[in-house]
Design a protein around this ligand. Structure first.
Ligand SMILES: Nc1ncnc2c1ncn2[C@@H]1O[C@H](COP(=O)(O)OP(=O)(O)OP(=O)(O)O)[C@@H](O)[C@H]1O
Ligand SMILES: Nc1ncnc2c1ncn2[C@@H]1O[C@H](COP(=O)(O)OP(=O)(O)OP(=O)(O)O)[C@@H](O)[C@H]1O
Ligand SMILES: [Mg+2]
Ligand SMILES: [Mg+2]
Lengths: 224, 224
């Protein structure tokens, strides 16, 4: 389902070249549950952005569901992002002027669902992350952990076949973390592919396979 | 040094009243090292914003260094914030159009230091958090953990007498977390007062006293 070949992402900063991801080769099958770990700056979010079609590699190839992503049009890419992939961002990326309910409703608008059905599904997703009492709050009227949970709800509301979670529990206490991880575990059992970036070994332990990144390269890739 | 009496913070949302902090009574002496823990939404950031003079309580009193904060003018409050308090925000709050060096330099400008001295101190602070190779990067050219470390460097660059750290290691791997905590531990040994919000027990263990918040109230307050 996800295959990369010599994937690279570099940034040019003045005279300097930063190799955020180097010769990255990976193959992830449908329904896998993979944890990606590594130190700060090792390339995890860069990798997630490439897999999530939010960024293009500098070199190398990426096949998603058998299609070479670099050959897709912008329209086809946007359609894949909306229909196949749910992305939980490390820094949440919520729209500040909308409340939680409308932030979570957004991916359903792209899917063409009617208003009544969208609001119903958005409410259900917010209840699942424990935010039934915060639906009408905007991001700056919520705590850090509540914002993170809105980001989780928004990524999951379309029940996407591939879930990319970039540090989904970084701002959560252990009880709330457990609730979010148990949501992800259930989705994996129901057949969704999950790729999870985390710094914490206990969170990574929920996955079935762990990949360790060091300086943009895979240091190890093994079953848990 | 920090005394609160019946401190309260409520928010009005439409017809609803949210009691983020209720009848909060605390006394923190100079050079203490206090950890504040509690579930998502329990009032930790609200408390930190009140202690850091970034917000005013709805009721109750707050004495900082013997002065009643509610009776200070805006000018006096701004002066306290710049001279006494270093704040590490849960969501970093960096200026997006400036690079790391200039973000960290900002508190020193308020202190009236000359350009050469400011840049020297800002560089030193960035080296201390391991970001010597990212000084000229803007926030969106850095990883999540790198942005968090810029927020740490900025809070510490003026060597403030009171350090308020709202989840300073939430986006950091364990090795980098240890480095940041060892910085804070050293500052406490050198006489700085530290109040640290965290969800992780291993991080809280660095402090000498732990306060647990539940729904805006103190559930427990004991020595570590
Ligand atoms: N501007 C606001 N308007 C309404 N409610 C608010 C506002 N800011 C915060 N709240 C509410 O106050 C409560 C306390 O928020 P606070 O940010 O202090 O929590 P916290 O303990 O820091 O949580 P976390 O661990 O998730 O960061 C939360 O339930 C939050 O929804
Ligand atoms: N736009 C950019 N321009 C220049 N360098 C960048 C840019 N974006 C990221 N980088 C660099 O690429 C490297 C990898 O970044 P990435 O965000 O993938 O790290 P990460 O593993 O997610 O780290 P963290 O655990 O701190 O979130 C970092 O060293 C970062 O500074
Ligand atoms: Mg990252
Ligand atoms: Mg908070």
């Amino acid at each position: 389902i996800i295959i990369t070949s010599d994937l690279q992402r570099t940034y040019k900063m003045g005279g300097e070249i930063i190799h955020a991801l180097k010769n990255f080769n990976i193959s992830i099958k449908r329904e896998e549950y993979v944890a990606i770990m590594g130190t700060s700056g090792s390339g995890k979010s860069t990798l997630m952005n490439l897999i999530g079609c939010l960024d293009s590699p500098t070199k190398g190839n990426y096949w998603l569901n058998g299609k070479l992503v670099s050959e897709l049009s912008n329209r086809q890419l946007a359609s894949i992002r909306n229909e196949e992939i749910g992305f939980i961002f490390q820094t949440f990326n919520l729209l500040p002027r909308m409340d939680a309910l409308h932030n979570v409703e957004l991916p359903l608008i792209y899917r063409g669902l009617g208003r009544k059905q969208r609001l119903e599904k958005a409410k259900e997703a917010l209840v699942q992350v424990g935010l039934q009492d915060r639906m009408n709050h905007r991001p700056n009227e919520m705590s850090g952990g509540q914002r993170q949970r809105v980001a989780v709800a928004r990524a999951l509301v379309t029940k996407p076949s591939i879930i990319l979670a970039d540090e989904p529990t970084g701002n959560l206490d252990s009880k709330t973390s457990d609730e979010i991880m148990s949501l992800l575990d259930t989705l994996n059992k129901e057949g969704h592919t999950i790729i999870l970036v985390t710094h914490e070994a206990d969170i990574a332990a929920h996955a079935k396979r762990s990949i360790h990144l060091v300086d943009g390269l895979i240091q190890s890739d093994s079953l848990n």
